[in-house]
Design a protein around this ligand. Structure first.
Ligand code: FES
Length: 139
């Protein structure tokens, strides 16, 4: 296993141990209704994950890159900004078939990032990825 893969797995397991399923309150915006900057921090060409890192019907948040990677169907991978369009919390890792934001209870589609349940009204912005073998890279 590469050092990078090990670090990613450590980060994922660390995130789970730290209860990343709970709101990242520090990342939340205000109640002023101002536009939320949802631009992810992932860079073009950056190796993001292995296809083994996200299960079918699941999503995994990469907090540093502020992206959420999903596998809505076997072999189909999607990626979005992990910054919730409601007030800017990071969405959460989940295996529930949806992308949850636990700050205020919004849910987004694994397929296209669209809003399944508010209060968010705008879809998560799409992040282009390339899958080459088991490597998932930001385009
Ligand atoms: Fe309010 Fe996500 S920040 S639902």
């Amino acid at each position: 296993m590469s050092k990078q893969g090990l670090n990613r797995r450590q980060a994922l397991s660390g995130a789970a141990a730290a209860g990343i399923g709970v709101p990242l309150l520090a990342a939340c915006g205000s109640d002023t209704g101002e536009a939320v900057d949802t631009k992810p921090k992932a860079e073009s060409g950056q190796l993001l994950a292995s296809t083994d890192d996200v299960g079918v019907g699941s999503c995994v948040v990469f907090p540093k890159e502020q992206v959420v990677l999903a596998q809505p169907a076997e072999g189909t991978f999607t990626c979005f900004s992990a910054v919730c369009t409601h007030q800017g919390c990071l969405v959460s890792t989940s295996s529930s078939g949806e992308i949850p934001c636990t700050c205020h209870g919004s849910y987004f589609s694994l397929e296209d990032g669209s809003v399944l349940k508010g209060p968010a009204t705008k879809a998560l912005s799409k992040v282009e990825i390339e899958v080459d073998g088991d490597r998932i890279t930001v385009v």
